[in-house]
Write a protein that binds this ligand. Structure first.
Ligand code: MSP
Length: 518
């Protein structure tokens, strides 16, 4: 297969269980990965857990258990979440894997060999929650006048011996990288980062000595690497680095690194600088998506609005949740969710529009046409017009918008084609034609059969399970479930010739009810 496409999510801190924000990132990345697979590209999709650092160590200590034990248990929940949500990752990486340690030490040595590391003493602010160092000038005052990070998290004054990375040396090279508007998207995040880098970069502390939960610094065994240095390295250790052949040669630089807006600095400043220092290529694109809020509010343990994504998927269905998140949130911006919003959206778009279309047409064919796949019949210009609308949406608009990461707009284009089909059903009224003009009825049903099949293929990245179930019901073979197949004019004739018979279908998207406790 040609044209490799490497997509990554951030790797989550497993200091607690996954929440809907983690699920959102995984679902978005999955839809993009599936879209590119459907477009014929060879996709590599990586996600995983970021298990070192002070935050993990402190959480384990507070629970009186070994850090590794906490990491093992919690990492398992993240993997379970991905599996429950149908996330089609090729690699789930854990930073505690020995090969990842070796890779982190290799990038360290490469940076050192380039003369970019020196031993010093760090005196400054650190946020354990963000696992980040901040300059004094970046801090903001909290309600009681206490110092907080720009993310609003507590900071502590930290003094310790540390290795430093000459980040300051990379200012111009980074600014040159941002000249390419595709490197960092959306535009608003690029502007933020350009301003930050133009403001001057301090060298970065990249090792710690006050705790030992991390990757050992080569040659300085009493130091562990700064957790972000090891964490970012996962994107290449997962490809087999320091072996620069094999998967690394095939997939690096990454085509798309998807991260939340809170960690854009690490991915768009530190990460490319580390890579350049080690003589490696920076990723092609970093995309900083927005935050998911609950009824417009930040999720937090104290507000009691942290929702388990698996519970949400159990209540509403995995594909309903996926559809809602991708359709409702304009990708790149913050978005809000609530049980009512999920029920309303899913009922309107999936149950009443697409689901109802498929259900009425397919059950009609099963019942009144012996399940024989309709073809030919007496044509009318309205048929070609509908086919053209569906083709434009599924073969042109959706692929273009998805390729540009305009996921919500892509789904909207798809939904407009669904509406057009429903309108066509209403005006053509195949039920009435059964008695008055069966030949015309056949043409209408054949037009709709193909339209429904094409719409199901195009929406596979968003609702993979339900769309596949619909395609199974319709007898559309795996090989015809690609964007290329949508352009293959012979596929419907092949299905008809195969003698496939449609069995009475069951609804793909039953209407959701508001859960009692929501
Ligand atoms: N471990 C770091 C990332 C290291 S990548 C080399 C980290 N972990 S995290 O668990 O805090 O966050 C993981 C991802 O989830 C990040 O991209 C973060 O932005 C995203 N989200 C966390 N909360 C979120 C929402 N409420 N909404 C959307 N995404 C959110 O950061």
């Amino acid at each position: 297969m040609a044209d490799p496409f490497y997509i990554t999510t951030a790797i989550s801190y497993p200091n607690g269980r996954p929440h809907i924000g983690h699920a959102y990132e995984a679902i978005a990345a999955d839809a993009i990965a599936r879209f590119h697979r459907l477009s014929g590209r060879e996709v590599r999709f990586q996600t995983g857990t970021d298990e070192h650092g002070l935050k993990m160590d402190q959480t384990a200590r507070a629970q009186g258990r070994p850090t590794r034990e906490l990491a093992d248990e919690m990492s398992g929940y993240f993997k379970d979440m991905c599996d429950a949500l149908n996330i089609s990752y090729d690699r789930f990486i854990r930073t505690t894997e020995p090969a990842h340690h070796a890779a982190s030490q290799a990038i360290w040595r490469a940076m050192e060999a380039n003369g970019d590391l020196y031993l010093g003493r760090y005196e400054g602010w650190y946020s354990v929650r963000d696992e980040a160092y901040y300059d004094e000038k970046e801090l903001v005052a909290g309600e009681a006048g206490e110092k907080l990070s720009p993310q609003g998290t507590p900071v502590e004054w930290t003094v310790e011996e540390s290795w430093f990375f000459r980040l300051s040396k990379y200012q111009d090279k980074l600014l040159a990288l941002y000249d390419n508007p595709d490197f960092l998207r959306p535009e608003s995040r690029r502007n933020e980062i350009v301003n930050f880098v133009r403001g001057g970069l301090s060298d970065l502390s990249i090792s710690r000595t006050s705790f030992d939960w991390g990757v050992k610094v080569p040659g300085s065994e009493d130091h562990v690497m700064y957790v972000w240095l090891d964490a970012l390295t996962c994107y290449i250790s997962g490809l087999g680095y320091p072996d620069t052949g094999g998967d690394y040669a095939r997939f690096w630089p990454a085509d798309l690194q998807l991260v939340g807006k809170d960690i854009v600095r690490f991915h768009a400043v530190y990460w490319p600088a580390f890579l350049m220092s080690a003589g490696l290529a920076p990723p092609s694109q970093v995309f900083g998506h927005g935050f998911l809020l609950h009824r417009g509010e930040k999720m937090s343990k104290s507000l009691g609005n942290v929702v388990d994504p698996i519970a949400l998927a159990d209540t509403f269905g995995v594909d309903s949740l996926r559809y809602f998140l991708l359709r409702e949130v304009s990708f790149g911006q913050d978005g809000s969710y609530s049980a009512e919003a999920i029920v309303t959206r899913v009922n309107a778009d999936l149950a009443n529009s697409f689901g109802n279309l498929a259900q009425r047409i397919l059950s009609f064919i099963a019942k009144n046409c012996d399940g024989i796949v309709p073809s030919a019949g007496k044509a009318d210009p309205a048929d070609a017009a509908l086919a053209a609308t569906v083709a434009e949406a599924t073969r042109a608009e959706m692929p273009r918008l998805f390729a540009d990461l305009a996921l919500s707009q892509g789904i909207e284009a798809w939904l407009k084609a669904v509406f057009a089909c429903n309108q066509y059903v209403d005006t053509q009224a195949p039920w009435a034609l059964r008695k008055t003009d069966p030949d015309r009825m056949t043409a209408v049903l054949a037009t709709l059969y193909q339209a429904i099949g094409d719409l199901a293929v195009a929406i596979l990245p968003v609702i993979p399970q339900s769309a596949a179930r619909l395609l199974d019901t319709m007898g559309i073979p795996e090989a015809d479930r690609t964007f290329a197949a949508l352009d293959d004019a012979g596929r419907h004739a092949r299905l008809v010739a195969s003698g496939f018979k449609l069995a009475p279908p069951s609804p793909i998207f039953p209407r959701l009810d508001m859960p009692a406790e929501a």
